[in-house]
Design a protein around this ligand. Structure first.
Ligand SMILES: NC(=O)c1ccc[n+]([C@@H]2O[C@H](COP(=O)([O-])OP(=O)(O)OC[C@H]3O[C@@H](n4cnc5c(N)ncnc54)[C@H](OP(=O)(O)O)[C@@H]3O)[C@@H](O)[C@H]2O)c1
Length: 311
């Protein structure tokens, strides 16, 4: 599997494995099968959070399972673990205050059975805490060696940018990765987002990331199986001709539509106006996951990229 250089020499696989449901709706056995196979294929980039998946458990399950897997396999030095802080757990605890960041980082380290986190994200913005407090708290974790890199998720672009200018002014660590919902199908940007921040990705955000060369980690990029079953396309996505174009090309190439979505995402930086994108997807079923990973190895011609991108 190809590697992507983030910064500070941190090299991650071209796709990222989502562990959100591991230990809750995905059993330990199924999660281990996917994790082992990912490592075998040369994958190393794994995504979790301090609150996964509290809506179907306690919120500790995903990190705890990953910690057990890292311990059982003895593979901590072979993987890049990304985790997050800032969203609520069972309706409480949301925020990016200094004491929250410190507390939840220590909790993540404990559950993950490690003494460092490779990439630590703010899971979402916190407009009620002074930006300087959040910047300093994250930076202190980096200086202590508990965290290697920082990222921001579910931020409005202007707030993400403000974080980085604040960090620069304070001599602190900036966000070097953005994690946001992004897929091949376009979101309906006319609909009100679910949260106060805009979780969708539009043109301006893409151009910002391209300009700053900040990689976009694209979560929920397979739209929970919708590329294999159009009845699963949610109402906040536009299907239509764009959907038909990618389904047709996938049939012609003899791959699943989901794999072709992964391929498009991995290659879209070749198109003007797009940053480097790292598809982040999950599966409880090994055959789905391995099929989707095939997309990371597909070669798409310039004509194919143009056809898909402009559909
Ligand atoms: N930053 C954030 O706020 C945020 C939000 C949401 C998610 N995330 C991250 O993104 C990761 C992925 O998110 P997600 O689970 O929402 O999205 P996803 O990866 O787009 O969708 C996963 C779902 O798609 C199904 N699927 C995958 N490949 C398939 C295939 N080839 N055929 C049929 N079904 C297929 C899976 O079913 P099977 O299990 O049956 O394979 C699973 O139900 C999470 O684990 C988490 O790490 C981050």
């Amino acid at each position: 599997m190809k590697q992507i250089l983030l910064s500070n020499g941190l090299s991650v696989s071209s796709v990222c494995l989502g562990a959100m449901n591991f230990g809750t709706t995905t059993s330990k056995q199924d999660a281990y099968a996917v994790l082992d196979a990912f490592l075998d294929q040369g994958g190393n980039f794994i995504d979790t959070s301090n609150n996964y998946a509290h809506w179907q458990g306690t919120g500790d399950e995903s990190e705890t399972l990953l910690g057990e897997w890292l311990h059982d396999r003895g593979c901590r030095d072979k993987v890049i673990i990304a985790t997050k802080v800032g969203f609520d757990r069972k309706g409480v605890g949301a925020g990016l205050k200094k004491e929250q960041i410190e507390y939840w980082c220590n909790e993540s380290l404990r559950k993950l059975q490690t003494d460092y986190i490779d990439l630590y994200y703010a899971h979402t913005d916190d407009m009620s805490t002074p930006m300087e407090e959040t910047v300093a708290a994250f930076d202190s974790l980096v200086k202590q060696g508990k965290v290697r890199l920082l990222g921001g998720s579910n931020y409005d672009t202007w707030r993400f940018s403000e974080f980085n200018y604040t960090a620069r002014d304070m001599g602190c660590t900036p966000y070097t990765v953005m994690q946001q919902r992004f897929s091949y199908l376009n979101c309906r940007l006319d609909l009100k987002p679910n949260y106060i921040f805009n979780e969708n990705v539009g043109r301006e955000r893409l151009r910002y990331l391209e300009d700053k060369d900040i990689p976009l980690v694209a979560y929920s990029c397979l739209i929970r199986g919708a590329y294999e079953d159009p009845s699963r396309i949610p109402e906040n996505y536009v299907g239509g001709a764009r959907y038909e174009t990618i389904v047709k090309m996938a049939k012609e190439k003899g791959v699943s539509t989901s794999a072709l979505v992964v391929a498009w995402l991995c290659n879209v930086h070749r198109m003007k106006g797009f940053p480097r994108v790292i598809p982040l997807f999950a599966s409880s079923k090994l055959h789905h996951f391995l099929g989707n990973c095939e997309g990371a190895e597909l070669t798409l011609t310039d004509e194919e990229m143009a056809l898909l991108t402009n559909a």
